[in-house]
Design a protein around this ligand. Structure first.
Ligand SMILES: Nc1ncnc2c1ncn2[C@@H]1O[C@H](COP(=O)(O)OS(=O)(=O)O)[C@@H](OP(=O)(O)O)[C@H]1O
Length: 364
């Protein structure tokens, strides 16, 4: 007959002790309840964190939708912009949204609350691309030219061109030609009396040469700068109606805007300081837009090869970014005597502009 093991070595069968069993069951169910609560709490936290990141603060990378001068294609929007080119409002189709991974159903298309209205060759692309780093700004990559060329398409069309934005975000676009087109101030005013207007101004002589450099790069057969700049080269009479010179009559253009908007609603950016101190100029623009100063000197570095400030690695990207090669190009060389004549021509106009602006931009 086989011997039974001693009683204390026998496996303890629960049924053998109902009191212990119920005690253990109570502990087990309390533990599982605690675990469930913990899992629930943690998943809730994760969900709300995702919501914050995607809805309230789309990543900087999502906001870096390249415009025509921004050589880093990323999605279909940027290709549409690139295809449209500067001055073309894309395909006329509603804007594709850059932040397709985000919770777009909470975002909507709104009319812009801020515009970069000029000036051509002032540094408007640099300003727009730098502002885009701000999570509270949604900016259209291409120039829609709504108020100067496509006004007849109506505000619904204009709205449909804008990128989707969340509640607190500011929608903006840049079309440098607005500053000099006669009907634009009244049209902008009819859309919004509160809109914030930004003008990047640059020494009008350098600006004119920059403008001409672009024109001759597209149409190499045009006459020399001197021929177009003077009505009569011998008498030195300037042709102020020649577009590259006419655009530089800032006081004249500013006067038209001031007939519709108070001075406080127009912010002037120095094109020269945008190059020498981009963070300083961006700080003032962010203040003007009522935004937190998020774009700071941490975002910029000076690229010696390009000779201009560029962006350090934007969030989510491993590469620094500079503007495209049509920005910051070598200007055609102009006879210094001609340059001096132009400086003399602009001096009184610049003085008048400084008075209107309440700011001396230090052009010679
Ligand atoms: N960071 C940076 N990188 C490159 N270029 C810069 C930058 N900041 C300002 N700029 C100046 O911007 C000038 C072009 O101005 P815009 O962008 O307003 O031109 S345009 O009206 O949209 O064609 C361009 O003019 P050019 O130098 O004549 O090419 C630049 O001087």
């Amino acid at each position: 007959m086989a011997a039974s093991p001693p009683q204390h070595l026998l496996p303890h069968h629960p049924r053998a002790d109902p009191r212990r069993l119920s005690h253990r069951l109570t502990i087990a169910s309390s533990l599982s309840l605690l675990c469930c609560s913990l899992v629930y709490l943690l998943s809730g936290l994760c969900a709300s964190e995702l919501t914050d990141r995607n809805e309230l603060r789309p990543s900087t990378r999502d906001l870096l939708v390249p415009g025509p001068d921004w050589p880093y294609g990323r999605n279909r929007t940027s290709l549409v912009s690139l295809a449209g080119g500067e001055g073309a409002p894309g395909s006329g189709q509603p804007a594709q949204d850059s932040n397709s991974s985000g919770r777009e159903w909470t975002a909507s298309r709104k009319l812009p609350q801020a515009l970069i209205i000029g000036v051509k060759k002032g540094g408007t692309r640099a300003l727009l691309e730098f502002l885009r780093l701000h999570p509270d700004i949604r900016a259209l990559g291409s120039e829609p030219h709504f108020f100067d060329r496509h006004y007849a398409r109506g505000l619904d069309w204009y709205r449909s061109m804008m990128p989707k934005a969340l509640g607190g975000q500011i929608v903006m676009e840049k079309t440098p030609r607005y500053f000099v087109t006669v009907d634009t101030p009244a049209r902008v005013h009819a859309m919004s009396q509160d809109i914030k207007l930004i003008v990047v101004v640059r020494d009008p002589v350098t600006r004119a040469i920059s403008d001409y450099t672009q024109i001759i790069s597209k149409t190499p057969d045009i006459p020399p700068f001197e021929t177009l700049a003077f009505k009569n080269h011998t008498t030195g009479q300037i042709d102020s109606l020649w577009s590259p010179l006419w655009i530089g009559l800032y006081a004249q253009h500013m006067e038209r805007w001031l007939a519709w908007f108070p001075r406080a609603q127009i912010h002037l950016v120095s094109g020269e300081r945008l190059i020498s101190d981009p963070a300083g100029e961006l700080g003032k623009v962010q203040d003007f837009l009522g935004l937190q100063r998020i774009v700071t000197d941490k975002h910029f570095y000076f690229n010696k090869t390009k000779g201009f400030p560029c962006l350090k690695k934007p969030e989510g990207s491993s590469k620094p970014h500079c503007l495209g090669k049509t920005k910051g190009r070598t200007h055609v060389s102009i006879d210094p005597e001609v340059v001096q004549k132009l400086r003399d021509f602009y001096r009184p106009h610049n003085q008048r502009f400084y008075q209107m602006a309440g700011q001396d931009f230090g052009w010679q």
